[in-house]
Design a protein around this ligand. Structure first.
Ligand code: NAP
Length: 322
């Protein structure tokens, strides 16, 4: 098998390729031959060291889709030949073959391709979780959503429009703004604008009831100021760096705000929750939600994929193909 490995933290250039011999499966494990691998911003956090991997050298990636090629003897719910997808494997999805715990796999319906699953499952489950579990905006509510033309962002724009939610998307350039609007954003703002002031202009001076911020350090203050009194600020990522040193009094001064720092995996704690969430996402796809796979790279081009993702020059999802 081939995999991407990093032996130290740093820029995308620390990503290397290596050939390995397949190891025997342990109880409960399933070997998947990947057909498509999801690239997620969280992968850059593990590579850079913002999130520590269990050890070095380390594989990378937690999302993929493909075919079961081997099952441990005690695995009964899956068999060789099944098409499957996963979003929360151990690090190592950037590989030709990945070993995944049976409880972290979902059967892939015939009408969902591996590319769409790898490009959309983690981002789609995140979107559903943000709008249904972490917070529950209602039809007619106005929300602010950063990085609205990204992988999660374009799904959020579409989902919000389906629900009648007025999503104000923040993006870094005009073409991303046009894409976010065509996906369903009610309005768009550019990152260099006064985000709080413009959000208040669009909400009769009130601010957004819900603010979804995955950019982190660079946008935290603007997000606080853009949130309506007694609104909910959901900080769910660190694309520009981690938010640190938050004083609770700041939340009081900003209007008695609620702040969440959710991680999808705390909302999908077992196989049942994973199956339910995945089926809900597949149903959204059947009803017209689209995964925009903006870039497809060969597995051997993982470095390029990371450089591009961090350059802010991508829209939608990135997929690697072994
Ligand atoms: N908490 C969770 O469970 C969870 C789950 C999934 C994803 N996430 C988070 O959701 C966010 C989106 O993930 P994704 O994989 O779909 O990525 P993405 O949105 O496709 O890419 C990140 C986007 O962030 C924006 N950005 C702003 N400042 C940036 C900076 N300094 N460097 C790089 N990008 C910057 C860029 O959009 P503009 O150019 O338009 O600003 C960029 O395209 C990430 O922060 C990720 O960690 C969290």
């Amino acid at each position: 098998m081939q995999r991407v490995v990093f032996r130290s933290h740093g820029s995308p250039s620390v990503l290397e390729h290596e050939s390995l011999t397949l190891t025997p499966l342990k109880p409960g494990q399933v070997r998947v031959r990947n057909q498509a691998i999801g690239v997620n911003f969280i992968d850059t956090y593990f590579r850079s060291g913002l999130y520590p991997p269990p050890g070095l050298p380390s594989g990378l990636g937690t999302e993929g889709a493909g075919t079961v090629v081997e099952c441990a003897v005690d695995v009964s719910c899956l068999q060789v030949g099944d098409r499957v997808a996963y979003v929360q494997s151990a690090l190592g999805a950037y590989s030709t073959h990945h070993v995944v715990d049976q409880h972290r796999l979902v059967q892939l319906p015939d009408d969902i391709s591996c590319t769409i699953a790898a490009g959309g499952l983690l981002k789609g489950l995140t979107t559903l979780c943000l709008f249904n579990q972490v917070s529950q905006p209602k039809s007619g509510d106005t929300v602010l959503f950063h990085a609205a033309a990204g992988g999660v962002g374009l799904l959020a724009c579409q989902y919000a429009r389906r629900q009648g939610i007025r999503l104000i998307g923040v993006v870094s350039n005009a073409s991303k703004a046009a894409l976010a609007r065509s996906a369903g954003a009610w309005a768009t703002l550019l990152v260099h604008e006064d985000i709080a002031e413009r959000t208040r202009q669009l909400t009769d001076g009130k601010g957004a009831r819900f603010v979804y911020d995955s950019v982190g350090r660079a946008t935290w203050q603007a997000s606080l100021s853009a949130t309506a009194s007694r609104g909910h600020l959901i900080s769910f990522g660190n694309a520009s760096g981690a938010v640190e040193n938050v004083a609770l009094a700041e939340l009081a001064r900003a209007g008695s705000l609620t702040v969440s720092r959710p991680i999808l995996f705390d909302y999908i704690r077992d196989s049942t929750a994973l199956q339910v969430a995945a089926q809900a996402f597949f149903q959204c796809l059947r009803e017209g939600l689209e995964v925009d796979v903006g870039e497809i790279f060969a597995l051997s081009q993982a470095q390029q994929a990371h450089f591009l993702l961090e350059s802010r020059n991508t829209t939608g999802s990135i997929v690697l193909v072994p």
